[in-house]
Write a protein that binds this ligand. Structure first.
Ligand SMILES: Cc1cc2nc3c(=O)[nH]c(=O)nc-3n(C[C@H](O)[C@H](O)[C@H](O)COP(=O)(O)OP(=O)(O)OC[C@H]3O[C@@H](n4cnc5c(N)ncnc54)[C@H](O)[C@@H]3O)c2cc1C
Ligand code: SF4
Length: 460
């Protein structure tokens, strides 16, 4: 197969236009480009890329089919393992997973596995038929309709279990629906992939906060043989700074949820329920921070500034998201940390005091530790501050469930291989176990847990 040095580019909306709309930024490959990109794959006999995929997709297998123009077959191959391919193709950090392992990447740019996955998933979106599966192996309750819960549910349904998902919100998808903005992951794509999971026979009950309307023990009393907890990490963290309760301070979680679920992105068709000032500071350096900063620009902020305590190299956001944010005019105040949020006599934000940082030795996370430079305080004038410094699990279900042990960080303790918790018959995976992580890791955990749940029920 022919090999070129760099990935084939994916067309994108022009940055000047796209900051005025919420339409998708990256537009996807056409057939010809997909075939050309697929032909860069060396079809390794020991494919390292596959080992880098938490949901075990047969990567060379599906790429070979794309190279031959057999797009339907390629999509089938991906879907053998991945229940949410159009989503993963858009938001997975492939650069740290499959593509990081691709041997083409040793000398050149790795094969664009994510773009090809997106291409095949989109190609076959409408014309597949659902298979009828007998669901007589046992009953499983899944709590949370995010990527971990949806994956566990789909895999269990495929194995013949009767699965019901209980979801707290009025829409399924978890962060895919209420966190990641429309311009990166259109809601239609999430709807489409969730619909496919329902076609497998999975029932999704919405507006069901488990731990409030009923507990995990009641689910067992209702006849479920096992419970999977995939409730995510939806509780925002704050820094505990003076001024954090001023008007105009949001958690990224609240900001993005309002935009996504209350349709602020359709303003003026829907009256926006989000106040965005002229000058917005977003504190943090991950995907969540990039999403909040880019969303603020689209909602009319004149300036949107990322304030991050480490440097560019240490930012945890995906490279592509940082690049897109820069293209759109988001400013970066790196090696800075807020010390105080300033307000006026009416309680509204007027600015943020920050301190400059320098990098010391690596800490537990392997990244160089930021150290404040004494006496370097300075002020930036902003009228909105969005905190995007991480999330921890929402404790509603956990506090209501006996025998479910947690770590000091509030995450559920599980066996890493099986997803088993300390409570018999209860399994857990995704952000509620790892703390805020990635879609594909949550899906990988859902997949492992589905296998263990099947084994648990069969051995009872
Ligand atoms: C803004 C943002 C951008 C991100 N960008 C990326 C990205 O680009 N790439 C990437 O890989 N990852 C990204 N992530 C991280 C990724 O979305 C998460 O790691 C992933 O969604 C975790 O999946 P999950 O199934 O564990 O939890 P979630 O997606 O959080 O889903 C949990 C679900 O459980 C429901 N729930 C919670 N408590 C209860 C209860 N008591 N009863 C019933 N239901 C309940 C919630 O409503 C939610 O629907 C991003 C996260 C955010 C917030
Ligand atoms: S490692 Fe790269 S070249 Fe080898 S099979 Fe995987 S995608 Fe193809």
């Amino acid at each position: 197969m022919s090999q070129e040095g760099i990935k084939h580019e994916m067309p994108e909306q022009d940055p000047i236009e796209r900051i005025n709309n919420f339409d998708e930024v990256a537009l996807g490959y056409d057939e010809e480009t997909a075939i050309k990109e697929a032909k860069r794959c060396l079809q390794c006999s020991n494919p390292k890329c596959k080992a880098g995929c938490p949901v075990e997709v047969d990567i060379p297998g599906f790429i070979q089919l794309v190279a031959e123009g057999k797009f339907e077959e390629a999509a089938k191959k991906v879907k053998e393992k991945n229940n949410l391919p159009a989503i993963c193709g858009r938001v997975c950090p492939q650069e740290d997973q499959c593509e990081a392992e691709c041997v083409v990447g040793i000398k050149d740019e790795p094969v664009a596995i994510g773009r090809l996955e997106r291409f095949v998933a989109d190609y076959t979106s409408d014309n597949e038929e659902a298979k009828e599966i007998q669901q007589d192996q046992g009953k499983v309750a899944v709590v949370g309709a995010g990527p971990s819960g949806l994956t566990a549910a789909a895999d269990l349904a495929k194995m013949g279990y009767q699965v019901t998902i209980f979801e707290a919100f009025h829409k399924p998808g978890g962060v895919l629906t209420y966190g990641i903005p429309e311009f990166r992951l259109p809601k239609e794509v999430v709807k489409r992939e969730v619909a496919k999971i329902k076609e497998l026979g999975v029932e999704i009950k919405l507006n069901q906060v488990i731990g409030k309307i009923k507990g995990v023990d009641e689910l067992f009393e209702e006849g479920y043989d096992a419970v999977f907890v995939g409730t995510g990490a939806g509780l925002p963290k704050f820094l505990g700074l003076e001024g954090e309760n001023l008007n105009g301070v949001y958690s990224a979680n609240e900001f993005l949820t309002r935009v996504n679920l209350m349709k602020a992105y359709k303003f003026p068709e829907y009256k926006t329920p989000v106040y965005v000032g002229d000058k917005v500071a977003v504190v943090g350096g991950g995907n969540v921070a990039m999403d909040a900063a880019r969303t603020a620009l689209r909602l009319g902020a004149e300036e949107s500034i990322i304030v991050y305590r480490r440097g560019r190299k240490e930012m945890p956001a995906r490279e592509e998201e940082i690049h897109h944010a820069q293209q759109e005019g988001v400013q970066f105040e790196l090696l800075n940390n807020p010390t105080k949020i300033l307000g006026d006599e009416d309680g509204f934000v007027t600015g943020m005091e920050c301190i400059r940082m320098e990098l010391g030795e690596p800490d537990d996370s392997g990244r160089r530790r930021p150290i404040p430079i004494e006496g370097s305080e300075f002020r930036i004038d902003v009228d909105t501050v969005i905190m995007a410094i991480g999330q921890s699990p929402n404790p509603i279900l956990i506090n209501d469930t006996s025998k479910l042990e947690t770590t000091d960080w509030g995450t559920i303790i599980t066996d890493e291989e099986t997803g088993e918790t300390t409570k018999a018959g209860v399994f857990a995976g995704g952000d509620v176990v790892t703390g805020a992580a990635t879609v594909i890791e949550a899906m990988g955990a859902g997949k492992k847990a589905a296998r263990s749940i099947a084994e648990y029920i069969d051995n009872r």
